[in-house]
Design a protein around this ligand. Structure first.
Ligand code: AMP
Ligand code: GLY
Length: 428
């Protein structure tokens, strides 16, 4: 079949790369794609991926058999509705289901209906600043303030300082920090524990978990500094066994799918459960409505079998059976100086070929551009350097060796991706 991937981020590159390795897939095109995707020989169609009509038109023009959507914004805008409306299968939820990510307040409402364990929380709008500040006083010293709308993973403040939390409330509600996305917000109690990303493929009725992954949200080593879109990931996660996955499916994912169905929403595509493993058991932090970025860059290389067929089957309502290789994958995100507060475009990137010369290494492009024949930085998170190897320790060593071969002025990355997990895996 012929497939169109919507997006141009690192996850879109990983999706294209994995689809191209599927027996059922003849061609993969991307809208708009990126230089890494183009280097694979995939057709890159310059189109705004968030415009449902334009994307549906590209799918028609290319006469594709399946559309696979990478980022959340096209989903929230209704790209899947538009593609399906023209009689083509699309992997991803329709706009009604995508609200799980598009509005954290709505997500919390659904989750409460479904009885999913989650943090204590309340939602507030522009006129409720006093009530929001009063709610902060009720929380026991650990505060989380989130924009209601999309903010590329950066709209969350986690702090033990009530002054910082108050300040975030003010900057969000005034529109100063995130424009309209922040004029409504959610405040919740801070939870502690290791985090887990569980990506579940859904077919409109049921869900099947993919291999667990862990993501590194903060910019700095040792989980310090502000939140980012994700600075690295690894899979498998040594401290997450099948029992934990079963519990998350039982207490969170299945009740949520049932609650959505009762509201007339047949959820298809990936439901990404962001979980914190608290001392009282797994609690849901968030739902995303797509693969994780950079979790996709470690989960997809480990996926066995025909990924194109899996997406097609889920998109058309058939049952699936995801299988995973025993290998481990680690990805390290290389970002520009200043990320996540700013980014510096236009720096010349060197060393990708040398990095990919290492066995098992693939460099996924997240924000690159071609300028005068040279590859340059074009956003905050620029590359995801992924290594697949027989063990987590090998994958980690390989990913860092590869990352060390890539340079541009001001390149920054975390040095501790999968470090603790590797130590745990060796001890056990
Ligand atoms: P979200 O966009 O809701 O996933 O939040 C992004 C990140 O903020 C999560 O991956 C956590 O690292 C952190 N976070 C979110 N909610 C909480 C919470 N209730 N307690 C502690 N950390 C949280
Ligand atoms: N890596 C976090 C996300 O995709 O939202």
């Amino acid at each position: 079949m012929n497939v169109l991937v919507v997006g141009g981020d690192g996850r879109a590159h990983a999706l294209t790369w994995r689809l191209a390795r599927s027996e059922s897939v003849e061609t993969v095109a991307a809208a708009p794609g990126n230089p890494g995707i183009a280097a694979m020989g995939a057709d890159c169609v310059p189109v705004d991926p968030t415009d449902p009509g334009d994307v549906a038109q590209v799918a028609d023009d290319l006469d594709v058999d399946l559309v696979v959507v990478s980022p959340e914004e096209p989903l929230v805008n209704g790209v899947v509705d538009a593609v399906q409306g023209r009689g083509r299968p699309a992997f991803g939820p329709t706009a009604d289901g995508a609200r799980l990510e598009g509005s954290k307040a709505w997500m919390k409402e659904v989750v409460a209906d479904a009885g999913v364990p989650t943090a204590r929380h309340a939602a507030f709008s522009v006129d409720d600043e006093d009530a929001a500040l009063a709610f902060l006083e009720e929380l026991p010293g650990f505060y989380v303030v989130k924009t209601d709308g999309l903010a590329a993973g950066k709209g969350v403040v986690v702090t033990e300082s009530i002054d910082d939390a108050r300040d975030a409330v003010h900057r969000y509600l005034s529109g100063e920090a995130f424009g309209d996305a922040g004029r409504r917000l959610v405040i919740e109690e801070g939870l502690t524990g290791p985090e887990l990303s569980l990506l579940v493929v859904c077919n409109g009725r049921e869900g099947w978990p993919l291999a667990p992954a862990q993501d590194f949200k903060r910019i700095g080593d040792g989980d310090t500094g502000p939140n980012t879109g994700g600075m690295g990931a690894y899979s498998p996660v040594p401290f997450v066994g099948p029992d934990v996955v079963d519990e998350v499916m039982k207490t969170a994912v299945r009740p949520t799918l049932t609650t959505l169905a009762a509201r007339g929403i047949a959820y298809r595509g990936v439901l990404y459960a962001g979980i914190m493993l608290t001392p009282e058991g797994p609690k849901l932090l968030e739902y995303n409505v797509r693969f994780g970025d950079p979790e996709a860059q470690v989960v997809l290389p480990r996926l066995a079998g025909d990924f194109g067929q899996l997406c097609y089957d889920a998109a058309t309502g058939s049952d699936i059976a995801p299988r995973f290789a025993d290998d481990a994958a680690v990805t390290v995100v290389l970002a520009t100086e200043g990320y996540p507060t700013s980014s510096r475009p236009g720096d010349v990137i060197q060393g990708i070929e040398a990095a990919e010369a290492l066995p098992g290494v693939t460099v996924f492009h997240a924000a690159t551009a071609r300028r005068d024949g040279q590859l340059v930085t074009a956003g905050g998170r620029v590359l995801a350097v992924t290594a697949l190897a027989p063990s987590l320790a090998d994958a980690r060593a390989r990913a860092y060796e590869a990352a060390g071969r890539i340079t541009w002025p001001g390149v920054q990355y975390r040095r501790d991706i999968a470090e603790a997990a590797t130590a745990a895996a060796v001890d056990s």
